[in-house]
Write a protein that binds this ligand. Structure first.
Ligand SMILES: NC(=O)c1ccc[n+]([C@@H]2O[C@H](COP(=O)([O-])OP(=O)(O)OC[C@H]3O[C@@H](n4cnc5c(N)ncnc54)[C@H](OP(=O)(O)O)[C@@H]3O)[C@@H](O)[C@H]2O)c1
Length: 230
């Protein structure tokens, strides 16, 4: 898809990857509406996009649908949505507080699903791009619930892709550990030893490549040690 002139909603633009993506899309000539929770960072990124931002907690699935509709109204339609919200938690699976597990699934799985569902009603062609994670393929010790929430999201996206292959493109972005500081913002616990992080900017570059090329996935190739678009 051509990025210049594309009307895109970026959810979670207060985060590192969401913010970089919103800015990169604007640089490519896209028209962008952003959402987030943190008021200061949301105002900051909205000065770049030039459209009124939307405050959104993705745990509220009705608010997710309303945010998508509001963005479509602002932009006069929607050609794509990028969902970059997410939160981890750490610790042994048998010790996880059920309230933490519930919030992880609300933020990482159910919220993105509600957003994609709402966006699909506006898309005629175009794309949905969602950040899941490498943990969807490689569930990891001390991160059972985070892995499971991303695996569920990734599985759901695969079915959405097959069911809607003539309507819009579904891009599942599954990066490895990144330098965005996400592991310092976990809902609970202490992160285990993690591999050397990849630069978040690389993910954003590949994500834009995937949108331009109507690709399905951005994934880590462990042999080539690089992020590939396919
Ligand atoms: N960093 C990594 O190592 C890595 C690796 C693989 C996949 N990912 C995925 O990439 C995505 C972006 O991560 P990031 O590294 O850019 O982290 P980040 O900077 O912490 O961004 C996380 C975003 O999620 C938002 N968020 C969290 N809980 C929310 C809620 N209840 N409602 C609405 N927004 C909520 C945050 O909003 P506020 O800041 O406004 O609260 C922020 O915009 C996530 O889905 C993450 O799981 C990251």
């Amino acid at each position: 898809m051509e990025l210049s002139g594309a009307r895109v909603l970026v959810v979670g633009a207060t985060g590192v990857l969401g913010g970089l993506t919103a800015r990169a899309l604007v640089e490519q000539g896209a028209r962008v509406v952003v959402t987030g929770r943190d008021a200061e960072r949301l105002t900051d990124v909205a000065t770049v996009t030039g459209h009124d931002p939307i405050t959104l907690d993705v745990v509220d699935v009705e608010a997710c649908a309303a945010a998508v509709d509001a963005a479509a109204a602002t932009l006069g339609g929607l050609d794509g949505i990028v969902v970059a919200t997410g939160v981890p938690a750490f610790g042994p699976a048998m010790e996880t507080d059920p309230a933490v597990a519930e919030e992880l699934f609300a933020v990482n799985t159910l919220g993105p699903m509600a957003l994609v569902r709402a966006a699909s009603r506006h898309l005629d062609g175009g794309f949905v791009a969602v950040l899941s994670a490498i943990l969807a393929d490689l569930p990891t010790n001390q991160m059972a619930e985070y892995s499971a929430s991303k695996s569920a999201l990734s599985a759901w996206l695969g079915v959405v892709r097959r069911e809607n292959r003539r309507r819009f493109h579904v891009i599942d972005v599954r990066p490895p550990h990144l330098d965005t500081g996400l592991s310092d913002r976990g809902l609970a616990g202490t992160p285990p030893r993690l591999p050397e992080p990849l630069a978040g900017s690389v993910v954003v570059d590949r994500l834009l490549d995937a949108i331009r090329g109507d690709a399905s996935e951005v994934v880590w190739d462990a042999t080539a040690k690089e992020l590939v678009v396919r």
